[in-house]
Structures are given as structure tokens and as C-alpha cells.
Design a protein around this ligand. Structure first.
Ligand SMILES: [Zn+2]
Length: 67
């Protein structure tokens, strides 16, 4: 299983498609990536399914988070 690759996601704020680098070596992750178009934080939830060797990436737009 590759541990690092890039993934294309859609910004939930502006709909812009951006590429992000994903590092699967750390296991499940919950983090934020800044959109390169609108600069809003995008909540990413990464889950690694070791049983089927798959990586799931969920994009959340929970605007209630304060930074
Ligand atoms: Zn955006």
C-alpha cells in the first residue's frame, strides 16, 4: 500500500478542486487543509481500512469550528 499520494478534493466552501498530499503512514487522521482558492479551512477526516487496504477521505464543511 502506498503511504503517500495526492488526492483531489472539492472545497465545500467555494467548490474549487484542489489537490492535497495525503500521508497514510500515521493512521487515521482528522485535520484541516486550507483551500488555495478561498482560504477557508476544509475539515478532512481520513480513515484507513487495513482489512481491505483502502483509504477513505471524508470532506466536512463544519463551519462552526473557530480558529
Ligand atoms: Zn475554497
Amino acid at each position: 500500500m502506498k503511504e503517500q499520494f495526492s488526492q483531489r478534493i472539492t472545497c465545500p466552501h467555494c467548490g474549487h478542486h484542489i489537490h492535497i498530499a495525503v500521508d497514510a503512514s500515521e493512521g487515521d487522521q482528522d485535520y484541516y487543509e486550507e483551500c488555495s482558492a478561498c482560504c477557508n479551512p476544509i475539515h478532512l477526516n481520513m480513515h484507513i481500512d487495513y482489512a481491505s487496504n483502502k483509504l477513505e477521505l471524508h470532506v466536512d464543511s463544519d463551519d462552526e469550528q473557530i480558529f
